[in-house]
Design a binder for this molecule. Structure first.
Ligand code: C5P
Length: 233
């Protein structure tokens, strides 16, 4: 079976402040989703691509279809959106055995990050996550903002996407989280579900890339425009 890609794009984009779904926000005149889908094809991924879209969406769905991807109505949280996509994948692509879950908001992720994740899955890993070292000094704090001390940042990594999984594993940990009553709003990525619900399974980290940052706040859009200008046309 082949690789499928789930692009989560059902977020509202509240922090970006454009009043439209984030994946529709323009970057160099084209929606973030279009950049994300182009990046996936550039990486040589030719399998099915599912895009989670907000309920009632028309425009994002049209963008997805125009670029060879299939829209799926997402849920109230990222984790619920992934779950909806996995359900649709089981229905429409029963031969799939592995899946990459990617944030549409990380639309400038270079092809080599996708390839590294895919290579490790092909080599038999079941959960693969791109990460970067953290640049800032990291500190834990209490509710009142008092410092509880500095954390050794050399053992910390910032987590990116695409995250790659054995499809049966990802399905089972999403099901287990739902059955355990985990608040889906508290689940910020998929690999954390593997650690919570498939103990003993190795989550392998691989090098991420600076350009795979998540476009979240207005400053990130400025940065993204600059990254695009610096790329060969
Ligand atoms: O909100 P956050 O930045 O963590 O969202 C990460 C990704 O998850 C975004 O690409 C967003 O579109 C997606 N998402 C989703 N469904 C939701 C919320 C977020 O697909 N209900």
């Amino acid at each position: 079976g082949g690789f499928a890609v789930v692009v989560v794009a059902a977020g509202s984009g509240t922090r970006l402040g454009h009043g439209i779904p984030k994946a529709l926000v323009a970057l160099d005149g084209r929606p973030l989703l279009e950049h994300a889908l182009r990046g996936i094809r550039c990486a040589g991924l030719t399998g099915p691509v599912l895009v989670t879209v907000p309920a009632g969406d028309v425009e994002l769905s049209a963008t997805a279809r125009a670029h060879g991807a299939r829209p799926v109505t997402g849920g109230a949280s990222r984790a619920e959106s992934v779950r909806e996509a996995l359900t649709e994948l089981a229905r429409s692509e029963p031969a799939c055995t592995a899946v990459l879950v990617h944030d549409a908001a990380r639309c400038l992720t270079p092809p080599e990050v996708f390839r590294t994740v895919v290579d490790r899955l092909r080599a038999g890993e079941r959960a693969v996550v791109p990460v970067l070292p953290v640049a800032d000094t990291m500190r834990r704090v209490d509710d009142a903002g008092r410092s509880l001390g500095t954390v050794d940042r050399t053992v910390l990594r910032a987590v990116q996407t695409p995250q790659g999984f054995d499809l049966a594993l990802l399905r089972s940990v999403h099901r287990a989280a739902a059955e355990a009553g985990t608040d889906p709003g508290s689940v910020t990525d998929d690999a954390s579900l593997v650690e919570a619900h498939a103990p003993g399974t190795t989550v392998l980290t691989v090098p991420g890339h600076e350009h795979a940052f998540k476009i979240t706040r207005p400053l990130d859009l400025v940065l993204a425009e600059a990254v695009l200008r610096g790329r060969a046309p």
